[in-house]
Write a protein that binds this ligand. Structure first.
Ligand SMILES: [Mn+2]
Length: 248
């Protein structure tokens, strides 16, 4: 039984045309893990968002541009990059509706951050400006270092249950990060410099965020595959539950 995984997309304008798009490594990771990828166009139409929730068995919040500090009650400063308010608003609505259904969710990079914000947490607008001794998280701000670092994974976490390791080498392409973890969430992974690299819900059956990009290491790292397998397994369980309730 293949579950349908709703995938969030970027909104980018090029030469006057606005495109909704996603890095194919994301859709490939879902297909290779046994899921059906379903790219969800941005909309503020509540009925359409409700129908997305009815159509899918899990949600995958992908990476992308910075999240507006206004979504967590702060002023926008010069520390943040390109903002797309429509994407922030769509993803926060989507998260809240998925949360109501206890639908499985996985977030990577921006996706992990938006899950925290949608649940009431906050972000660093820029980890290099707002923290000291921050190293190795982004190619543009880590001069001369490669953008790879290890993370320590908490033994009591679902992430540990999925990966069965305490340490993992991860890729890293971010300058924002989770600051205050949302109520109902806990930290599952931390970098050596203290940056939060993984969070997960303590209330929902499966809602995990990781700050790195497992989609870009899918073929290179077995733990990347295990993250997606965990999402697909949870989505299969969710789909079976829906069928039992006669919703599909
Ligand atoms: Mn990092």
């Amino acid at each position: 039984m293949k579950p349908v995984i709703g995938i969030t997309v970027r909104k980018e304008t090029d030469k006057g045309t606005t495109f909704l798009k996603v890095d194919a490594n994301n859709t490939n990771a879902i297909v290779l893990s046994g899921g059906i990828p379903f790219m969800m166009a941005l909309t503020d139409n509540e009925d359409v968002i409700d129908e997305y929730i009815n159509m899918v068995d899990g949600i995958y919040f992908t990476g992308g541009n910075d999240i507006s500090p206004e979504t967590y009650g702060e002023e926008v400063t010069e520390l943040v990059g390109t903002l797309v308010a429509e994407r922030d608003e769509f993803e926060i609505k989507l998260y809240k509706k998925a949360e109501e259904c206890d639908m499985p969710m996985l977030g990577v990079c921006r996706g992990h951050q938006i899950m925290n914000v949608a649940s009431g947490g906050t972000l660093y607008q820029d980890i290099y400006a707002q923290r000291s001794n921050t190293i190795g998280h982004s190619p543009e701000k880590s001069m001369g270092e490669n953008n790879t670092h290890t993370v320590r994974i908490s033994e009591e976490s679902k992430l540990h249950g999925a990966l069965n390791t305490n340490m993992l080498a991860t890729n890293s392409i971010h300058h924002q990060a989770v600051k205050d973890v949302a109520a109902g969430y806990k930290i599952s992974a931390v970098a050596e410099d203290g940056i939060i690299e993984g969070i997960e819900s303590e209330k929902l059956t499966f809602a995990l965020g990781v700050q790195w990009h497992p989609e870009d290491m899918f073929e290179l790292c077995s733990e990347s595959k295990m993250i997606y397998k965990a999402l697909i397994d949870a989505a299969v369980m969710y789909k079976k539950g829906k069928i039992k309730k006669g919703k599909k």
